[in-house]
Design a protein around this ligand. Structure first.
Ligand SMILES: Nc1ncnc2c1ncn2[C@@H]1O[C@H](COP(=O)(O)OP(=O)(O)O)[C@@H](O)[C@H]1O
Ligand SMILES: [Mg+2]
Length: 603
């Protein structure tokens, strides 16, 4: 009878703490909308479950029949019938169990796939401010780990739990029918066992949580180290990290062992208590059989039902912990789904007049990043750029240059003032329509896993090969691409070849070229390159800015090296979020301000 007793130790049975339990399971209700489409399958699964449980409950009765009548001399002819009955019940049980298993697993897999898709798609819609505070690793673990927990519950635990509940109730009823007296005796012993489980269970739960936290700490440590291996090795930091990791795993070990010790004691106590109760009940039962108040078949039937009862209760208490963990996971997932993006399309977005000309205006802009509300990243910022013009933004690092781009892309909304594109406040546009008008080339070109052609097509997936090649040619990339082993089909990114900084940058320029947007933002696009590469990239950038069919793109250039923007007619000097001067190179040098100082340092 002690088969499942060890599991009891993991968590107290549901009756243990109804109040907090109800609260802790509430998050699971959030899964209802995901289950609703599968109502028919759920009903079918319930039917299969009922049939299987029913068949399980018939077996002990059949056993009694055989013991009480099967061995009568005159029943020799019928004995086959009993065993055929047994066989039939087994077949029904098998088919029903398999059906339930299949249906429930299907529902679990389906729901988890839906939850994953919903969460991922929702995360993609969130604003940059969300990604500033959320760590990517944590998001990933929610998407994979938490959804898997939900799957265990919907896909298996829920059905095991239901089956166990049905068999628990059924077995208890059948025990009462078989022998009310023995059932009463058995039930008398329940409170003793339950109380000891509750008391020890609480302690185990606390220790379990502590053990989980320790394990999380070790993996956080490991991931930090593994993600910066070059630095770790260059600074010969390995011994320190080895030491730290060992210390963390040792702590996890001690915590785990402490929990196991309590569990072991608990298992011993529970098994001994249960054993004592069984002995007592059987003793009474055996005397009843001897006194002919009970048939031996009935005693067997009672015993079998009692075993069934014990194992279902054991299974339930084991499942309880799992269900709770899944409730926690569901809560975390629903938290993500409940996050609303700060930047959203207005309900009635305005449309841009076609063709978009690319006139940009920043009007009385004031902005602070959400994480630093007291610090103005931009203040009194006024700037207007006519269609097709190129304007350079220069200034020391931290002056607010990149912030200007972030606001134009509407990654953030300004605290005051407006950004206008072709005379329309960008807050009144659908962000995706706004962003479709803008190409960005940043300092670090992002290369995605895939072929070179895929990477160039990133902003315009439907472009044909000729267009891809034309863009690469204009970006001064065609030549090096052709020399690669598979040309445009060469795989780059995670599992492909590694490109040099200049090559990556030219791919990024080709990508922007193909996107063919009227507004172009260059954020230190050549800062990371050596002189030779810079010359090639500059050529690509010049072609990109020149645009198509005589229509130049409106371009904002952030440049660290003043040489690259020296020729532009309009240079805007930023310092601490404010425009401190503007003009052309010669004027600004003559003014002898911040620009002149920066220029003096560089030339
Ligand atoms: N995501 C951010 N959260 C909080 N502060 C930021 C963020 N990005 C930039 N800042 C701050 O805003 C100011 C302007 O930054 P940025 O526009 O990146 O400067 P630049 O591009 O001119 O070097 C700096 O003080 C910087 O520390
Ligand atoms: Mg910057």
């Amino acid at each position: 009878m002690a088969i499942h007793k060890e599991n009891d130790a993991q968590a107290a049975p549901p009756a243990a703490a109804p109040q907090p339990a109800a609260r802790r399971l509430a998050p699971l209700a959030a899964l209802r909308p995901f289950l609703r489409p599968h109502l028919r399958l759920i009903l079918l699964a319930l039917v299969a479950l009922a049939v299987a449980a029913g068949a399980t409950l018939v077996l002990p009765v059949a056993a009694r029949e055989i013991v009480d009548h099967g061995f009568d001399a005159n029943a020799a002819a019928h004995i086959g019938r009993y065993f055929f009955g047994f066989l039939a019940v087994s077949v029904i049980m098998g088919v029903a169990s398999a059906t339930r298993y299949y249906l429930v697993s299907w529902i679990g897999e389906r729901v988890v796939a839906d939850v994953r898709q919903r969460v991922f798609s929702h995360v993609l819609s969130l604003s940059p401010e969300f990604f500033e505070s959320a760590r990517t690793g944590e998001l990933l673990s929610r998407l994979t780990g938490d959804t898997t927990l939900v799957q265990t519950v919907i896909g298996s635990s829920a059905s095991f739990a239901l089956r166990s509940i049905v068999t628990t109730i059924g077995a208890l009823l059948m025990m009462a029918i078989t022998s009310p007296k023995l059932t009463g005796l058995a039930l008398l012993s329940v409170p003793v066992v339950v109380v000891s489980i509750i008391l020890l269970g609480r302690r185990v739960r606390g220790l379990s949580r502590a053990a989980q936290d320790r394990i999380a700490e070790t993996s956080a440590l490991a991931s930090e180290v593994l993600n910066s291996m070059p630095t770790v090795q260059a600074y010969t930091h390995e011994p320190v990290d080895r030491e730290r990791f060992s210390a963390a795993t040792e702590t996890a070990f001690t915590t785990g062992i402490r929990r196991t010790r309590v569990r072991a004691v608990m298992t011993a106590v529970v098994i001994m208590l249960v054993g004592a109760c069984i002995v007592g009940v059987l003793w009474v039962g055996a005397s009843d059989v001897l006194a002919k108040r009970l048939s031996s078949g009935q005693l067997l039937q009672f015993l079998l039902f009692a075993i069934l009862l014990a194992s279902s209760v054991g299974a339930l208490s084991e499942l309880w912990g799992e269900v709770q963990r899944a409730a926690g996971a569901t809560e975390r997932l629903m938290e993500i789904l409940a996050t609303t993006p700060l930047i959203r399309a207005p309900s009635q977005p305005l449309r841009l007049a076609q063709p978009v000309r690319g006139a940009i205006e920043f009007r009385q802009l004031r902005f602070s990043y959400p994480s630093r509300p007291e610090h103005a990243a931009l203040a009194d910022f006024n700037l207007s750029v006519a269609p097709g013009d190129a304007v350079a933004l220069v200034g020391p690092s931290g002056a607010g240059k990149s912030t200007v781009f972030q606001l134009l892309l509407r990654f953030f909304d300004p605290g005051a003032g407006q950004v206008l594109l072709d005379g329309i406040d960008i807050a009144k546009l659908d962000p995706s329509e706004l962003r479709a008008q803008i190409s960005v080339v940043a300092q670090e070109a992002v290369i995605f896993a895939g072929s070179i052609a895929d990477n160039i097509r990133y902003g315009r997936p439907e472009a044909d090969d000729a267009a891809v090649q034309a863009a690469a040619t204009a970006a001064a990339a065609d030549e090096f691409i052709r020399r690669l082993p598979l040309g445009y089909a060469t795989l780059v990114g995670e599992r492909g070849i590694t490109l040099s900084g200049g090559q990556r940058q030219r791919i990024a320029i080709a990508r922007a070229m193909l996107r063919d947007a009227p507004v172009l933002l260059l954020d230190e696009a050549t800062s990371a390159l050596d002189a030779e590469n810079e010359r090639l990239v500059q050529q690509g950038l010049a072609n990109l800015m020149a645009g198509r069919g005589g229509r130049a793109r409106t371009t904002l250039v952030i440049a660290h090296r003043l040489a690259t923007i020296q020729k532009l007619k309009r240079i805007v000097v930023l310092d601490q979020g404010r425009i401190v001067a503007q003009g052309d190179h010669a004027q600004l040098v003559r003014d002898d301000g911040l620009y002149a100082r920066l220029a003096a340092l560089q030339f």
